[in-house]
Design a binder for this molecule. Sequence first.
Ligand code: NDP
Length: 340
Amino acid sequence: MAKVNIPTVKLNNGIDMPALGYGTWLGLDEKMNFISKDVPKLIDSLSYAIDVGYRHIDTAHVYRVEPEIGAVINKKIKEGVVTREDMFVVTKVWQHCHRKADVEASVRGSLRRLNLDYVDLVLMHWPMSISVNGVDEKIDYLETWSGFEAVLEKGLVKSIGVSNFNIDQLKRLLANCKVPPVCLQVEINVNLMQKELVALCNANNIAVVAYSPFGTMVPGKNYPQSPEPKLNNVNMMEIAKKHNKTVTQVVLRYLYQNDIVSLPKTITKTRVLENASIFDFNLDEKDMKTIAEFDNGFRAVCPVFFQDFQNYPFDKIPNFSMPLPQGMLKWKNGANENID
Ligand code: NDP
C-alpha cells in the first residue's frame, strides 16, 4: 500500500502537530440538516487515511461523528497500525458549552463519545455563546478560555486552542490568558490568505490551521459568482502540470509553503492519498507569486445565521437576518443520531 510521510510543526507547548490533517465535517444539506448518509464513507476513508499515514484527525462535537471517529482510531490502535501516541486527535467545544464548568462537561462528553482518555487538542469552536434553544448567552470567551485552561491542567487534553477568532478577539485573549492558545483554526485558502491575522499568530508563536483549504474551487462548492481559481483555471493547471501534480495538491502545497497546516476533507479514497502527497515537490517563486494573486478576501464559510450574536467574528451583511437552522440548535451525535 502507498504511504505518505507527513511532517510535523512544533507547537508553542513543545508538542508536534502533523502539518496536514484529515477533516471530518460532512456538512449540512440544503434543508440545513446534517448529512448523515455520508457517515459510512467517512468511516471507510478515515480508516484508509490512517493506513496510508494520516495522524492528525480534526473533528468536533457539532460534527456528530465523534463516536465513529473514535471507533476507527481505536480499531487502528487495536490492529497495531498505530499507537495512541502516534495520533493527534482534535475536537471542539460548541457554543452551547461556554460557561467555565460546561467546558469540562463538554470535553468529558467528547472523550466518552470518542472512547479516548485524552485528546491532543481541544478548540473553542467559535467565540460566540448560544444556548441549545438559540438564545445569545453573551458569555465572555475569556470565561470560556479559563475553562479550557482548567481542562488542560486536569490532563483531559494535551493542548488548547481557538477557532474563528478575529484579530481583536485574539489580541484580547492573548492579553488576558494564563496559557496562550497553541493554534488558531480559521478559513484559509488561496482566496482568503488572512495575512494580518496570520502575522499576528506568527508574532505570538501560534500555529495557523486552515479549514476549507479548497475554498470554493472544488465541484459542489463553487457557483457562478464564486471567484477563480476553479479546478480548471489555466494558470493553476499550468503550475500543476509543471510539477506533475493536481491543482488541489498545488493549493495544499502553497499553504504548506506559507507555514499553514491544512485540513482537507474527503470521503473519496483516491483523494485521501492525493491530498497528503504534497511533501515531495516545491513551488518556485514564480508559482508562489501567481497563486498569491488569487487572494481577494473572499470568504467561503459565511454563517450569516450567527451574525446577530455578540462576538460574531466576521463582517456582517447589513440589513440581513436569518433564523438559526434547527441543525445548529440541539443535536444528536452518532450515525444513528442516538447519542447526545
Ligand atoms: P475542504 O476545503 O476540505 O473541501 C471539501 C470538499 O472538497 C469536499 O467536497 C471534497 O469532496 C472535495 N475534495 C477534497 N479533496 C479533493 C480533491 N483532491 N479533488 C477534488 N475535490 C476534493 O472543506 P471543508 O469545509 O470540509 O474543510 C475541511 C475541514 O476543516 C472540515 O472537514 C473540518 O474538519 C474543518 N472545518 C472547521 C471549521 C471550523 O469552524 N473550525 C469550519 C469548516 C471546516 P469529497 O469529500 O466528496 O471527496
